[in-house]
Write a protein that binds this ligand. Sequence first.
Ligand code: ATP
Ligand code: MG
Length: 230
Amino acid sequence: MSASPAQDQERWPGLEIIARGANRLCGRDPAHPGACLKFELPSGQRTPVGLRQRLRRWLGRRFPALGDNRTELRAWRGLRERLGAQLDGRIAASHGIVATVWGPALHCDCVCLADGTPAPSLYRLLFEEPRYPAEPLCAAVDAFEAWLLAHDVPLFDLNAGNLVVVPAGAGQPGGGLRLVCVDAKSVVTDKEIVPLSRWSRRLRRRKIARRAQRLRQRILNALSGPPSLR
Ligand SMILES: Nc1ncnc2c1ncn2[C@@H]1O[C@H](COP(=O)(O)OP(=O)(O)OP(=O)(O)O)[C@@H](O)[C@H]1O
Ligand SMILES: [Mg+2]
């Protein structure tokens, strides 16, 4: 069950909330405008999920190392070790777990627009505040998929809430827009019981291509045609 803004203000007084995902709440770090803080939600406020995900959440509550924040931190550090600065502008940096007045949080770079406001998630641009047509968003998915494949990054959870959208720099591919991943957990977590795509590069590439295609289809369904047919 999600909480109301009033309940959020009671639990996180004074925090400027950016957005909620299924598992965490993200707010701006008051001490560092370019950073954000992610808090793991109590179990009653997370969105309902299947059995394997419930088991993962249960483990995360008992063993903090398996919680969402430490999982994302582990995923980002592993990628950073292998890819270094090539991650810049593609996957938001995670810096560590910090103690805050609201409790422990993951300290990350906040992906922002030129005016300093947090970049909108693709989810928001599809279902809450459409701002761009489908074509440049699909082109941005093409470019992100090409980057994942070029660097063999096993980021499989290409859901619209895990990607934020920023204007691409001049001369960059992506139809004028660029996607930045703000949730790298899926690099180290598996939804399958036998994670074949972890072991085979060919299967990994096929899975990324499938997920990117599904995301493009989702964009087209959400933004193309008259609202009644979407
Ligand atoms: N580094 C960031 N910069 C800007 N916005 C962010 C950042 N991290 C998260 N957000 C915002 O917070 C939202 C939720 O973040 P995130 O995907 O990390 O939560 P989650 O609950 O772990 O996700 P999931 O539902 O995939 O488990 C994102 O959709 C995005 O709007
Ligand atoms: Mg997410």
